[in-house]
Design a binder for this molecule. Structure first.
Ligand SMILES: Nc1ncnc2c1ncn2[C@@H]1O[C@H](COP(=O)(O)OP(=O)(O)OP(=O)(O)O)[C@@H](O)[C@H]1O
Length: 254
């Protein structure tokens, strides 16, 4: 197994937001983290990527303990944050070359990867424009490309398809399936349940800092006795009655 998370807790000050998360991800698997806003997906993903330390629990990525060796973890992980964090006053060309030098990627290899990915996402025309002047979707593509430049074994993607147009989203989806074939490991969070249904081998449903259900989408549907992933999700996160209540109150008010 490539990712092993056991009893993961995270506190910010006195506020515990992860209460003992446990899951594993195997070679060649795409694992989806689904959960309502504020449930702890991004926090979990930041810990897996070595960006923030866990408070308690064991988190091992490809044999590396993230609490002890966050720098080594960063070498094998490609992390895409929920909101792109880029240098607005650099051009994409400058930014990629900066990432390449930090990652110590040989120049010719870097050049080849940049060219392939930039062409795939159709952003060649923006390569010499300041990042600060680019659209949200184009920035997201730059963030995605920069996370792939060191050819990471593990990809941690936090709502990474946000803002991508349908063509780019399809290209990225196909790319992820290729990565999976190569044996890479992908942890993926999304609120787009149809997307999770298309690409995830297994999903973990996270709610208030706990994984409350885990399995393939079919297993979850069977377990929850529901036909669609949306119904499974709403049932598990106890939102269905609330949604019905809010909708009927809205109808009365309008
Ligand atoms: N740096 C921080 N300091 C204090 N609290 C934080 C910090 N980062 C996250 N939190 C809190 O941790 C909880 C989980 O947040 P997190 O961003 O992990 O949720 P999420 O599931 O990714 O939500 P969303 O779907 O809205 O992106 C929230 O209550 C959030 O306010």
């Amino acid at each position: 197994m490539v990712i092993e998370v056991e009893g993961l807790k995270k506190r910010f000050g006195l506020n515990e937001v992860l209460h003992g998360i446990t899951f594993t991800v195997n070679n060649g698997e795409i694992y989806g983290l689904l959960g309502p806003n504020g449930s702890g997906k991004s926090t979990t993903m930041k810990i897996l990527s070595g960006i923030i330390p866990p408070t308690e629990g064991k988190v091992v990525v490809e044999g590396i303990n993230v609490a002890k060796n966050p720098i080594d973890v960063k070498k094998i992980v490609g992390y895409v944050p929920e909101t792109p964090t880029l240098y607005e006053s650099l051009t994409p060309v400058e930014f990629f070359s900066f990432v390449g030098s930090i990652r110590r990627i040989p120049k010719n290899v870097l050049q080849e990867r940049i060219e392939k990915l930039v062409n795939a996402f159709g952003i060649k025309e923006y390569m010499n424009q300041l990042i600060g002047t680019l659209s949200f979707g184009t920035k997201q593509k730059i963030s995605l490309i920069s996370s792939l430049l060191h050819d990471p074994k593990v990809l941690i993607l936090d709502e990474a398809m946000n803002g991508l147009d349908p063509k780019s989203a399809r290209i990225f989806r196909e790319l992820l399936l290729e990565f999976k074939k190569e044996g890479k490991v992908i942890v993926f969070s999304t609120h787009v349940l149809a997307l999770a249904e298309l690409i995830c081998d297994r999903v973990g449903v996270i709610y208030n800092g706990n994984i409350i259900a885990e399995g393939s989408i079919d297993e979850l549907k069977k377990m929850a006795k529901e036909e669609t992933l949306e119904d499974v999700f709403l049932k598990l996160t106890q939102a269905r009655e609330e949604v019905a209540h809010i909708v009927s109150a809205l109808k009365e008010a309008l």
